[in-house]
Design a protein around this ligand. Structure first.
Ligand code: ZN
Length: 146
């Protein structure tokens, strides 16, 4: 089974080593700023196993978002010292292409924000003028009346 966590961690460690000549990657705390733990990953890699993989990789922090947000919350409950939660505007993969035109996303985000704490909102996809649509601006991404 392909491990969805190992490649980004290795890539990040390699990038850090290249960006900072003279400093070995092993000397730096490894932080992964881009992990998704979405609904289709939970059964393949249960939360306890996912956390074990992240710890084995030597991560000190991991910014996680998920579609829906339950995956992020499961990992956070398992390892609050490791997981840095980020709220994604997607309830499922279908939202990736439609969220900017679906104002029900706003209620979803408001509900999650009332219930949980996050360091940010993302990752999301918006192209061109879509960033000016009401859902985007209400999420704080656009320059519209929000
Ligand atoms: Zn992503």
């Amino acid at each position: 089974m392909r491990n969805p966590f190992v490649a980004p961690v290795l890539l990040l460690a390699g990038t850090l080593a290249l960006a900072m000549p003279g400093i070995q990657a092993a000397e730096l705390p490894v932080i992964d700023s881009h992990i998704h733990y979405s609904h289709d990953a939970w059964s393949l890699v249960p939360p306890k196993d996912a956390i074990a993989i992240l710890r084995k990789a030597g991560l000190k922090r991991a910014m996680v978002s998920s579609s829906n947000d339950d995956g992020t919350q499961m990992l956070l409950a398992e390892a609050p010292d490791l997981i840095v939660p980020v709220l994604r505007p997607y309830r499922n993969r279908n939202d990736v292409g439609s969220w900017v035109r679906d104002e029900s996303v706003i209620a979803h985000l408001e509900q999650r924000l009332k219930k949980h704490r996050y360091v940010g909102i993302g990752e999301f996809h918006a192209f061109g003028a879509d960033i000016e649509l009401p859902t985007s601006t209400r999420c704080g991404t656009g320059s519209g009346p929000g």
